[in-house]
Write a protein that binds this ligand. Sequence first.
Ligand code: ADP
Ligand code: ASP
Ligand code: MG
Length: 404
Amino acid sequence: MARIVQKFGGTSVADITRIKSVARRVKREVDAGNQVAVVVSAMSGVTNQLVAWTNDLAEIPDAREYDVVVASGEQVTAGLTALALQEIGVPARSFLGWQVPIETDGSHGKARIGGIPTESLRGCMDAGVVAVVAGFQGVGPGDRVTTLGRGGSDTSAVALAAALQAERCDIFTDVDGVYTTDPRIVAKARKLDKITYEEMLEMASLGAKVLQTRSVELAMNHRVRVQVLSSFTDAPGTLVVDEDEIVEQQVVSGIAYSRDEAKVTLVKVADRPGVAAAIFGPLSAGAINVDMIVQNISEDGTTDLTFTVAKADLARTVKVLEEQRGTLVYQALKPDSNVVKISVIGVGMRSHTGVAQLMFKTLADKGINIQVISTSEIKVSVLIAEEYTELALRALHTAYGLDV
Ligand code: ADP
Ligand code: ASP
Ligand code: MG
């Protein structure tokens, strides 16, 4: 007998028919003698609707009330999934975040899990009852409802698997695994049997939405055996593993894209010591994360400085910089949200050269201009105009020999 966690995403619980199918899948594990904790997301589209309503009411919604509203989608699916299980003869009980409890800090909207006491869940599972946990939500200081950031049910599942010392954590979604790139954009994307924690972490943080970044971090730190698979088929999925479990390592194992970034250019900033600090200091004080940065050298004592921030932070970024106009001298401020960040990822880059060069050449051959570049040990990212997303992804996928 093993203890396992099964997580079902939005499309997997999109309606009653899908929830019944989830229940049958859970029953198979129960019939095989396993103790199961199920984690569910809200029905697909529901969280977007809830977020939209908070924005309809308030320009900057109070973070605590935002969480109360957006956490509600998972309450519905947890209850319905428990009912669906009971209807096919599987004892089941739902748990909301505060009932487990999934303890988090107080950063509403992007809370981090601190600990998960498992007595109540273990009691339930030891009694032969499936625990159905509402994903995405927790309980913070003052017993307030918190949420873990968009896509956070993955993190709920992995954190539970770690706390329960589960044998594995199966993440069921609408694709049958992790692909070399988003299979919805590149038809020739290839499913990976295995991917390293490190590469998965980069893929996720660079935009591949298939797993939330924080869930991969947790899986890596607690050595949780995560598997990504489809709730629509019985095809084998992708296992996230240690590097030494991979026999044949490609130089580039995946390509990710993110449309969530925006570019800001400060034209003709005085080129003297302290200027970068004068720009990025106030941004950091405003909790605005800056990702890529490029500074152009110029000869007249001024420079153009370009950087990227989350699209959601663009308006605030402009506001903060305009407020600095007294101390910070520049000719113009140009925000641009019509950009996409494309990244190639692979642990093989550590030992191979020419990876970045192939990226630049491939994009140049397609006439795509690179606006900003950033690199790390196992990835190269470029910022390009958003309309080239598909073209760039497909061309790079072919260039790195990843096509099926
Ligand atoms: P869920 O609601 O089940 O959590 P998500 O929409 O959050 O599902 O994540 C699954 C989606 O991730 C897929 O439909 C796919 O379009 C997207 N995706 C992006 N990059 C990849 C990738 N490299 N491999 C697989 N899926 C990817
Ligand atoms: N329902 C939440 C969202 O849409 C959490 C999740 O799906 O993982 O972001
Ligand atoms: Mg998701």
